[in-house]
Design a protein around this ligand. Structure first.
Ligand code: IPE
Ligand code: IPE
Ligand code: MG
Length: 247
């Protein structure tokens, strides 16, 4: 085991990769240059997570609200996703990475849809880390789609409203079958969720890093993992040492 690996490793890490635009601005470059630099960090993040024995890594790549950006920037971001999958899929597959995609598949270009399906299908049997790409993802949109599905099942008589539980909801959202994130990291100093994994992050630990995403290197990732290792998760209960004292 590497000395920098914390003992308490999160099973699922989710990252809000933020700050590409500011990284580019600080260098007098167009925002797209920041997005390009950001894509280069993705490989390293997947590798670092896999080495640390993280089982699921979710990356927020494009939100359902990011369509509100200038047309050119949206188109550059779509181009970069194409570039990333075309360039890196074979390598991810070789490294036994399983790719999954969450988010709404409607309103994305057919060739991108096909690439996402290809990435998922080709790596379906892989047993290494799962790379979950949140693309055209918004947690509220995800909830609305899940509610519609459940309502349809009730309407058709396949589901009794009284039988709906948290497990039912968890099984109808995009992350069905994927455990909740233990750790959510956001780069760039912003401290908000921006509509990311609202249901799933109910008991996640949050680590906000000041560095911009294109600067998020291996050491920064380990810093976040180490911070997670120091957290005490209680899930609404009482901490174990206190219980021992009180009993
Ligand atoms: C994150 O960087 C990438 C996406 C949201 C797609 P930003 O583009 O949000 O960068 P800032 O926040 O403007 O610096
Ligand atoms: C969140 O970042 C979305 C992604 C990282 C893909 P944004 O930059 O879009 O979020 P806001 O606008 O600062 O909340
Ligand atoms: Mg941003």
């Amino acid at each position: 085991m590497r000395s920098e690996t914390p003992i308490n490793v999160p099973q699922h890490v989710a990252i809000i990769m933020d700050g590409n635009g500011r990284w580019a601005n600080a260098r007098g470059l167009p925002r797209t240059a920041g997005h390009r630099a950001g894509v280069e960090r993705v490989r390293e993040a997947v590798r670092t997570a896999a080495e640390a024995d993280v089982k699921y890594l979710t990356l927020f790549a494009f939100s359902s609200e990011n369509w509100n950006r200038p047309k050119q920037e949206v188109s550059d971001l779509m181009g970069l996703l194409r570039f990333f999958i075309r360039r890196d899929l074979a390598e991810l597959h070789r490294e036994n990475v399983r790719v999954r995609v969450i988010g709404c598949r409607q309103s994305i270009q057919p060739d991108i849809k096909a690439l996402l399906v290809e990435a998922e299908e080709r790596t379906r049997e892989n047993t290494g880390i799962s790379l979950v790409i949140a693309f055209n993802y918004g947690a509220r949109d995800e909830m609305v789609r899940a509610v519609r599905e459940i309502a349809e099942a009730v309407k058709s008589g396949d589901m009794d409203p009284a039988s709906i539980t948290e497990t039912t909801v968890a099984g109808h959202i995009d992350t069905a079958g994927i455990p909740d994130p233990d750790l959510v990291i956001r780069t760039s100093g912003e401290q908000r969720l921006s509509n990311f994994l609202l249901w799933q992050a109910a008991y996640a630990e949050f680590v906000f890093m000041p560095c911009l995403w294109p600067d998020f290197d291996r050491a920064a990732f380990h810093e976040a993992l180490n911070e997670f290792g120091r957290r005490d998760r209680r899930y609404g209960a009482v901490a174990a040492p206190e219980l021992a004292v009180g009993s």
